[in-house]
Ligand binder design. Structure first.
Ligand code: NAD
Length: 696
């Protein structure tokens, strides 16, 4: 049987090797531990080098082991780190590529550290609502002092090793061959008989006193009021200076276990895994061919077309943009340039990049220019008749194998596909406004969309750094179909006695980035108005609340007209409640003879959020969404749902589905509105004591 280390003279080299990022799962930890034991037992070995395979040190703990017995099974990460630190033979960590979380903690347990200048060092546990739980909060401050330790641990952001050159963390920073540099350092340590420096034995020094911790805590309370982890990280670092190391380590361990159980950490981990799960399309053959996208066409250079085009320009992909008239084309180019110029001013884009990206853009008035493009995205007016015209023209010129996409928010992708002779090549790519900023992309799979086209679309999303979620075809897809139910409740609340600012405040305090009325003012109230007019033609409902229509009849379309549910001043997005809106609502209520009542904040939140939950359940049971976490990802990345609550369905799970059903039953009893009849899936899961996100 092969050894768990390789000999190079008197140096034993232990290799971290667990593709793709050498994460420190149980089996891997056992191998490393065996390597160390063998090296210690071998009299010829006088120093040990710990290095990662494939140019990566390690991405750290295997987070799939969280909350499983494997995480704590021996050798646990703390045990392994202690073993390296206790080693009587000097240990050198050789760090390249990624060195994160448990990887940094392992390196801190080694006696010497050499890194490639561009290695990325991070303790990102805080981003999952945790803290480094394998000694990181106690060892790092002993090497680098409180300020830098806090910066690394509390922000969780990666820092290139070269920026830590004089921090005390590294003995050597090198370019070029890390392996040779580590071996040379090992030989030097052997020949010079350098004393072994164990990080835990260093006396932690804080010359700045308590003020540092005070400042960081104030900042954490202000910046992340809803997350317990940043404050706990600070307390742990503080303990490194206040307590003997053993006590500090057990304090850290205790906080780690507490944080692991918080809803906030569970929500963050749910979101993390949810995003990774969303890119996997369930019934797609593994080996689906991916079409190469070298050039993109965009039809319509309005709000959305402009933003969509920028996504590709930013990724270095040439775009041909088509409009109906020259002045529309000029306006669109002007918008793109202006956006880039403002990015240059903010230091987010280099001036040379601005011109390079503009040069990738070809404006056109003719469909002939689309002959060579690989993907065409339509973003014209939201009208089936206009989409029909456009898709027939695209179909006539696009080359075989081109992907044809619509950015429609509400229209039937299958009908749009039927306007072409190649429905298998058609799908929806639903961007969110502003399209160059918002992370979410709903990839709408039509009845005939081919596996290859769908797989290619998921790949495109990755290229332009979007969070892609697959949706089936239905009115509004995942996100907007749910928001319709939410907005319906928000409007009903106005009829019952609440004001827009009260509804918004309640939901913003719940954590929504924006309440429903401020959101509607931002998106444009006229959009919903057009949809309602259309619905009243196709499915007339004499009872529907017309309060929002009244607002639109006054031209109060929202921010773009300076007035909507709120009043705005020129150039500002700040919303001021407006007495004229209250008068409009009062008049409407008295005309309809509505009974008003006091509505609690709790009711506002439950009415709107449980509306989202129930519609989400329907979407899941109809297989419009592939999995519950996809729905949560849509809401976290596209609708400003609070991250610390993990998305609407995760929130319902946290609350308990039985409690959700009981609350809905109260609303049903009070209003008699069949809206509150629970989705079959919700009832079924609740009855079985299950949750959306952990089905049997
Ligand atoms: P917009 O009115 O800002 O832009 C539409 C553009 O299309 C205009 O510049 C118009 O000149 C051009 N156009 C119209 N007919 C055309 C044709 N036949 N050929 C070429 N160009 C044509 O609209 P928008 O907000 O950008 O919306 C575009 C599409 O995106 C709609 O389907 C809409 O539902 C969808 N959408 C909008 C949003 C949003 O928040 N605005 C979000 C997601 C999806």
């Amino acid at each position: 049987m092969g050894s768990f280390y390789e000999s190079h003279g008197s140096t034993a080299v232990i290799t971290l090797d667990n593709p793709p990022i050498n994460s420190l799962g149980l089996e891997h930890r056992s191998r490393i531990s065996k390597g160390l034991k063998e090296a210690l037992a071998d009299d010829r070995v006088r120093a040990i080098v710990l290095i990662g395979s494939r140019g990566v040190f390690t991405g750290g703990a295997d987070i799939r082991e969280f909350n499983t017995p494997q995480a704590l099974a021996e050798p646990s990460l703390p045990t392994l780190i202690d073993a390296f630190e206790d080693s009587p033979k000097p240990v050198i960590a050789a760090i390249a590529g990624v060195c994160m979380g448990g990887g940094v903690e392992l390196a801190l347990g080694c006696h010497f550290r050499v890194a490639l200048a561009d290695a990325q060092i991070a303790l990102p546990e805080v981003k999952l609502g945790l803290l480094p739980g394998a000694g990181g909060t106690q060892r790092l401050p002993r090497l680098v002092g409180p300020e830098l330790a806090l910066k690394i641990i509390v922000t969780g952001d990666a820092v290139p090793a070269q920026n830590l050159r004089d921090s005390g963390l590294f003995d050597l920073i090198v370019d070029g061959n890390l392996f040779e540099a580590a071996l040379r350092l090992a030989e030097q340590v052997i020949s010079e008989k350098s004393p072994i420096r164990r990080t835990r034995t260093i006396v932690a020094q804080n010359l700045g006193g308590d003020a540092i911790f005070h400042r960081w805590k104030e900042q954490a309370r202000a910046q992340s009021p809803n997350f317990p982890a940043p404050l706990k990280c600070i307390e742990a670092v503080e303990a490194a200076f206040a307590l003997p190391v053993e006590q500090g380590l057990s304090f850290e361990r205790q906080i780690f276990m507490e944080l692991l159980q918080t809803n906030e950490s569970k929500a963050l981990r749910h979101a993390f895994f949810g995003e990774r799960a969303a890119v996997k399309v369930k019934d797609l053959p593994e080996a689906s061919r991916i079409r190469t996208i070298q050039q993109v066409g965009v039809v319509g250079g309005g709000t959305m077309g402009t933003g969509i085009a920028m996504n590709f320009l930013n990724a270095g992909i040439p775009v041909v943009l088509l409009e109906m008239k020259q002045d529309a084309l000029d306006r669109c180019l002007g918008m793109i340039r202006k956006t880039y110029e403002s990015a240059v001013k903010k230091g987010k884009l280099k001036i040379e990049q601005l011109e390079t990206q503009m040069n990738l853009l070809t404006p056109t008035l003719s469909y002939e220019s689309f002959q060579d493009v690989d993907l065409i995205i339509e973003a014209v007016f939201e009208s089936m008749a206009v989409k029909e015209q456009v898709f027939r023209k695209i179909d006539a010129v696009a080359k075989a194998g081109a992907i044809l996409a619509s950015n429609t928010s509400t229209l039937d992708i299958d009908r749009i596909a039927s306007f072409t002779k190649r429905p298998a090549d058609v799908l929806g790519l639903h961007f969110f406004s502003p399209a160059h900023v918002m992370k979410l992309l709903e990839v709408v799979r039509g009845a005939k969309t081919s596996a290859e086209v769908l797989a290619s679309a998921m790949n495109i999303a990755k290229t332009i750094k979007k969070t892609a979620v697959v949706s089936g075809v239905c009115d509004g897809f995942i996100g907007n179909r749910m928001i319709a139910a939410y907005s319906q409740q928000a409007t009903n609340l106005l009829e019952e006695g609440a004001l827009p600012e009260e509804v918004d405040r309640a939901l913003e305090e719940f954590g929504m980035a924006m309440g429903p009325f401020r959101m509607s003012d931002l998106a444009g109230n006229d959009i919903g108005w057009a949809i309602r007019k259309h619905q009243q033609l196709t499915q007339p409902d004499p009872q529907y609340p017309r309060i929002a229509d009244r607002l639109c009849e006054l031209g109060r379309f929202g921010q773009k007209t300076g007035a909507g549910w709120y009043q705005y001043t020129a150039g500002s997005r700040e919303a001021f409640p407006d007495s004229r809106v209250k008068e409009l609502i009062d008049l409407y209520r008295s005309e309809k003879g509505l009974q008003l009542r006091q509505i609690s904040q709790e009711e506002v939140v439950d009415r709107c959020i449980l509306a989202l939950v129930n519609e989400g359940a329907k979407i899941l049971e109809e297989n419009i969404a592939q999995r519950a976490s996809d729905i949560d990802v849509v809401y976290l990345s596209g609708y400003g749902f609070p991250l610390y609550r993990g998305g609407p369905l995760f929130y319902a799970d946290t609350r308990g589905l039985r409690a959700v059903i009981e609350r809905m039953a109260q609303f049903l009893a009070k209003s008699g509105d069949s809206f509150w009849k629970p989705a079959a899936l919700l009832s079924e899961l609740a009855a079985k004591g299950l949750s959306f996100n952990s089905p049997p």
